[in-house]
Design a binder for this molecule. Structure first.
Ligand SMILES: C[S@@+](CC[C@H](N)C(=O)[O-])C[C@H]1O[C@@H](n2cnc3c(N)ncnc32)[C@H](O)[C@@H]1O
Length: 462
């Protein structure tokens, strides 16, 4: 059995793993490759998510629990309402890193889709900070946008840009995460495609691409800000070698992350540029999770000049700033914000963001290709306000709209975009919920109701 598995893996990969782990290590690694990967969900600390207390937690992330078996997530309304994110355990280590270095402010997730790590960054920032979640590939930026909307904190700007297009934001960020595209060796157990695509040539190609991304990313944190580099692969070309190149070119200090030795994470020293940097390596035979490499660095280089333009007038081809008063005239309902909001509109579609971040957001919006930001509240149509789906899924209050609690069957019908008619529903806009978790809007017209669940998100599974 073990030999079968061994023969399914590329010969050069096995040699590489043997030089990393030794003969016995490779044997244990191959054994772990035959075991089923665990299923982990990380719940949204800002939403209602009932998780049985008896389930084991991921040791480095108190929000993440290991499920006994993998349910059909597509048929769980809580999944669609953003109550949790399905994420393999090792990746949730970003949560532990953030708690250890304890930095807040403006974060950038440069390679963000589908958004697993962005949702960790967003939860950590809460209502105080701002996250730019960027994904260069258009289709993937749409998935990222959807996951950010479902997470619902309203503290995120989704952009679709190449890393090279961030040059106007050099020195702006308190933290930059580069979770780079890689050869995916750490995902071999979960993703047979990663095995079939693997070759030494592909590793080389990935290492070159990561090095270019890191060179663009390295000047984005402020002096004293952090750069986190992560991959889900094991080879040293894509990992240690890239860190060595980076610290030769840019001034970064090492950061040591406290870990508990029972967790099974390997801390390894990377000697580079006369200093010792640290990597945190995850192997499936040493812990319950997939393969991961992480290195945290602290920028040590005062910026020569202030990079942010201090513009008082926001000039953007489509996006305009507006006031609460102007919005009230457009029938915006009464919303209690956990921060002082700044409002913007794109044609008649209205958005809110924490006003503390408005000047920075305006700089970002003029230099990047923005796909989403803050919370989309709704659209003014002929003296009426049509609430947005994103607002339903957001953690903001819902301005006194009536609600209807759905049972599982009706909630699934709603998510499939079928017509539902909850009993006792008043006429007009109604927020539908599963338990206490908002799922979206319906508009009750009396004789029938319209389902406003987004067409492109609807559940197709029967
Ligand atoms: C490992 S994935 C990110 C996973 C994500 N951080 C998460 O936790 O859900 C790497 C991402 O980088 C994107 N990518 C591909 N080529 C890139 C490039 N040249 N520059 C920046 N990002 C790139 C991929 O499309 C992919 O979404």
């Amino acid at each position: 059995m073990e030999d079968n598995h061994k023969s399914a893996l590329p010969h050069d990969f096995l040699n590489q793993m043997e030089s990393l782990l030794g003969e016995k290590g490779l044997e244990d690694f191959l054994k772990s490759m035959r075991a089923a990967p665990s299923t982990v969900i990380r719940h949204n600390p800002y939403k209602v998510c009932e998780v049985p207390a008896a389930l084991p937690r991921v040791p480095w992330c108190e929000d993440a629990v290991v499920l006994e078996k993998r349910p059909v997530f597509t048929l769980d309304p809580m999944f669609h309402g953003g109550a949790y994110y399905v994420q393999e355990a090792s990746s949730t280590f970003i949560h532990h890193i953030l708690g250890s270095i304890n930095v807040s402010g403006l974060f950038l997730d440069l390679c963000a889709a589908p958004g697993g790590k962005s949702t960790i960054l967003s939860s950590f920032l809460g209502h105080e900070g701002l996250l730019v979640a960027n994904e260069v590939i258009k289709n993937r930026s749409q998935i990222l946008r959807e996951n950010i909307i479902k997470w619902g904190l309203g503290n995120t700007v989704v952009s679709q840009n190449d890393p090279a297009q961030f040059s106007a934001l050099q020195g702006a960020f308190d933290l930059v995460l580069v979770d780079a595209p890689c050869s995916g060796e750490g995902m071999f157990r979960k993703d047979p495609l990663a095995v079939s695509e693997w070759s030494s040539e592909h590793v080389k190609l990935c290492a070159g691409r990561q090095s270019r991304i890191l060179e663009q990313a390295a000047s984005l944190p402020r002096d004293g800000g952090y750069l986190i580099y992560a991959t889900c692969t094991y080879n040293t070309q894509e990992n240690e070698e890239n860190i060595k190149k980076l610290v030769e070119l840019f001034s970064y200090q090492p950061v040591k992350i406290p870990i508990n030795k029972d967790w099974g994470i390997l801390e390894q020293a990377i000697p580079a540029h006369g200093d010792t940097y640290y990597s945190y390596r995850f192997f499936p035979h040493l812990l319950e999770g997939e393969g991961l490499f992480v290195c945290v660095l602290k920028r040590n280089s005062p910026m020569p000049d202030a990079v942010m333009k201090k513009s008082h007038e926001f000039k953007h081809p489509f996006l305009k700033r507006t006031s609460r008063k102007a919005l009230e005239e457009k029938k915006l309902p009464d919303i209690t914000f956990p921060f002082e909001p700044a409002f913007y509109h794109l044609d008649e579609v209205h958005f809110a963001i924490n006003s503390n971040w408005a000047p920075m957001f305006e700089n970002i919006a003029t230099s990047l290709n923005i796909k989403y930001f803050g919370t989309e509240l709704g659209q003014s149509v002929r003296n009426q306000f049509n609430p947005a789906h994103a607002w339903a899924l957001s953690v903001l209050s819902k301005g006194g709209y009536p609600t209807a609690a759905l049972d599982l069957e009706t909630a699934l019908s709603y998510l499939k975009r079928e017509t539902i008619q909850p009993p006792g529903c008043p006429e007009g806009w109604v927020l539908v919920k599963y338990g206490d978790l908002p799922l979206g809007w319906i508009k009750n017209l009396g004789s029938r109701s319209n389902n406003y669940y987004p067409k492109e998100w609807r559940v197709r599974m029967q």
